[in-house]
Write a protein that binds this ligand. Structure first.
Ligand SMILES: [Mn+2]
Length: 363
């Protein structure tokens, strides 16, 4: 009987099989990026590379990981080779009669590029193929993302009593990251953003020494990594009593979020998805303050394909995972963003977040 780890690896292997159908004879796709390796093999390592050919695959890994990787992947039909550097790649190219090497140009250094060029291989950029294939998540991927979302939300709830007058942005961020790790995350999925007052008007404010005072918005954008998969979430609280303008803008952003979640379905064009939210903010007369796109894919990377933006390409499909995060920003005043990590299930948006999106006033 297969253990849990082996079953996981088998499922990941199916992804590689699907991907391999696109590969032409004489082509070998090289996957070197750590997160892409994890996505395609289900095996986590800081080194090594995966080679996918038509009907075969190799995983080249050094002695630190060889035994564990071999145990896990060889019974799934992956040829696990002990080695480091690109001499094994050369052997495999020769042995399989391949003359074209598919590499991800966005993940390849000039140094590596020169090595492949000097070896005489025909080179082909496969960055788009890789990113496109990674848009769709397996049930195992979805479970990990769900858990990463659950950890983030639980940590946020635990943080609420600490949002008090006199606290610094930096202190809240550190506490939130500590809580996520205590709850089982390997770490934050990006540097936690805590922004008080006018700092919230900067969409990616650098968390600092600002002290919380009465009547300030508190924007927290954060997430964590669980078994290699990310979560992403933003909530904007108000510490004290918000004025009418803040409340009006908050409700418009909330409505923009809800409209997008309600209307996006299997097959929705990425640019159209963005327009659902933009239209609501237009009706509220604050569309010029929505200065970024509606969302982005989430998986082993915190930001991945597809982009839900006016220039977004492709369609949203079942089992994709992405963020819905409309926001508005008023310089020197305040900013508001409401973000959930969601998936598409049976043509409907299903949020991984259960935490309220309504305006929470803290005191
Ligand atoms: Mn995000």
């Amino acid at each position: 009987m297969l253990g849990r780890e082996a079953l996981r690896a088998l499922k990941s292997q199916r992804k590689a099989q699907k991907f391999k159908a696109m590969i032409n004879e004489k082509e070998l796709y090289l996957i070197t990026d750590e997160k892409q390796r994890l996505y395609y093999t289900g095996y986590q390592s800081t080194d090594g590379y995966l080679l996918l050919g038509r009907g075969f695959s190799y995983f080249v890994i050094d002695s630190r990981y060889f035994h564990a990787a071999n145990k896990l992947l060889s019974k799934k039909g992956v040829n696990v080779i002990l080695g480091s550097g690109y001499s094994a790649l050369k052997d495999i190219m020769y042995k399989t009669g391949c003359d074209t090497l598919g590499i991800d140009f966005t993940k390849t250094s000039l140094h590596e590029y020169k090595i492949f060029e000097e070896a005489g291989y025909k080179l082909k950029d496969i960055s788009k193929e890789i990113a496109d294939a990674m848009r769709v998540k397996s049930p195992a991927d979805l479970r990990k993302i769900k858990k990463a979302c659950k950890i983030a939300q639980t940590a946020l709830k635990q943080l609420l009593p600490e949002i008090k007058e006199g606290v610094r942005e930096r202190e809240l961020a550190a506490s939130l990251e500590y809580k996520m790790k205590m709850l089982g995350a390997s770490g934050p999925s990006f540097e936690t953003i805590v922004a008080f007052g006018a700092n919230a008007a900067i969409p990616h404010h650098v968390t600092g020494e600002t002290i919380l005072k009465k009547n300030m918005p508190v924007l927290i954008d954060f997430g964590c990594v669980y078994e290699g998969y990310c979560s992403d979430m933003t909530r904007t609280f108000f510490y004290g009593k918000p004025d009418k303008e803040f409340t009006r803008c908050y409700n418009a952003v909330l409505k923009a979020h809800e409209e997008a979640a309600k209307n996006i379905t299997d097959g929705t064009d990425c640019a159209v998805a963005d327009s659902y939210a933009r239209k609501v903010l237009e009706d509220a007369g604050i569309q010029d303050h929505f200065t970024h796109s509606l969302g982005h894919g989430i998986g082993v990377y915190i930001h991945e394909s597809p982009a839900l933006s006016p220039r977004g390409q492709g369609e949203l499909k079942n089992s994709m995972v992405f963020s819905i995060e409309p926001g508005v920003y008023f310089d020197d005043k305040f900013g508001i963003r409401i973000e959930d990590t969601v998936t598409l299930e049976n043509g409907k948006v299903k949020s991984f977040m259960t935490y309220t999106k309504k305006l929470v006033k803290l005191k």
